[in-house]
Design a binder for this molecule. Structure first.
Ligand code: GDP
Ligand code: MG
Length: 313
């Protein structure tokens, strides 16, 4: 970074890519840092589709985390785009935080990631996440496995539980040390670079994934079609509400059936839970109406991918 960018007070700023196999806890990590829910998390892999920038600002620094889609072997167009987005974000950052799962021994997916970043010229910091799932003795053995796996790198290795927020502060201090001096790039109040509309769609998608589990895998996309204030009726003692119309898109008719559920119970549940999340996001009452639409094979259609905001090249 050039000298004129050096801030007199020694302020630091930098972009940090979060890299890791799907499901290792990248989004959980981001939500913990920011202290509010921004990235969606779910027990089902590959929920993070778009690159979400999450901004952590304090007196001394501004760290901009880029939540990348999990790196995996692409199966179709959407998969390829996810991998491209992950690779691109590695090329654009000042440091990499790579997360491995302490609850598993390093496997082929981890080796794939290690190869991808091994020769990077920028600082890499390693987090062994989910240590809360292991006994201390087990954990020590597992840590040794990872240290062997990472042999030849001189990256610092931290252990943490993103879920319980244990070990995360040390990790953050280390990242702060590794980013360059530079000016504040985003205003302090800004925690995320995506508009609320995007987050609303993500919260709905998350509830679909959580409630339908394996039945509706990744073939679901959500678009927010309309957001408007609902005017209060005269003499009403209700609070003002925001009306939101959203469409959930699936690939098969059978999936539509699952999503709607018997007598509409599933869709009601998804609607209720995502409405509560959206209410917290916008800090107000929400009326949410959900539609389900079948668009065969949307994942392989470029125009559809663009429509739902999945970045291509
Ligand atoms: P991502 O795909 O890497 O973004 O992973 P997520 O953040 O969505 O997390 C995947 C799952 O792992 C979720 O069910 C999380 O609650 C869970 N998880 C994340 N971090 C931890 C952790 O430190 N401990 C435990 N026990 N579970 C975690
Ligand atoms: Mg994620």
């Amino acid at each position: 970074m050039s000298l004129e960018n050096l801030n007199q007070e020694g302020f630091k700023s930098g972009f940090i890519a979060l890299i890791g196999r799907p499901n290792v806890g990248k989004s959980t990590f981001i939500n913990q840092f920011i202290g509010e829910k921004i990235a969606i998390t779910s027990p089902i892999a590959q929920t993070t589709r778009n690159r979400l920038k999450v901004i952590l600002t304090n007196q001394k620094s501004q760290m901009i985390f880029v939540d990348t889609p999990g790196i995996h072997k692409p199966h179709h167009l959407l998969g390829e785009r996810l991998v491209q987005a992950a690779k691109r974000s590695i090329g654009e950052v000042d440091a990499v935080l790579v997360i491995f799962e302490a609850s598993h021994s390093p496997g082929r997916g981890d080796a794939f990631i290690l190869n991808l970043i091994r020769n990077l010229k920028i600082p890499v910091i390693v987090a062994l996440n989910k240590w809360d799932l292991l006994e201390l003795r087990q954990f020590k053995e597992r840590k040794k496995e990872y240290l062997d796996f990472l042999e030849g790198t001189n990256w610092p290795v931290f252990s943490c539980s993103a879920l319980k927020r244990e070990g995360c502060d040390d990790l953050i201090s280390e990242i702060e040390k590794k980013i360059p001096f530079g000016p504040q790039l985003y205003p302090s109040y800004m925690k995320c670079d995506h508009p609320e509309k995007f987050l609303m769609a993500e919260f709905i998608r998350e509830q679909v994934l959580i409630n339908t589990r394996e039945e509706i895998p990744h073939s679901v996309a959500v678009s927010i079609d309309k957001i408007q204030d609902i005017p209060l009726k005269k003499k009403s003692n209700q609070n003002p509400r925001t009306g939101i119309l959203a469409t959930i898109c699936v690939e098969k008719k059978s999936q539509k059936g699952i999503l709607i559920g018997k007598g509409g119970t599933m869709l009601k549940k998804i609607g209720k839970e995502s409405r509560l999340q959206i209410q917290t996001l916008i800090n107000g009452n929400v009326y949410l109406e959900l539609f389900v639409k079948v668009v065969p094979d949307w994942r392989s259609k470029t125009s559809r991918l663009n429509e739902f905001g999945y970045e291509g090249n």
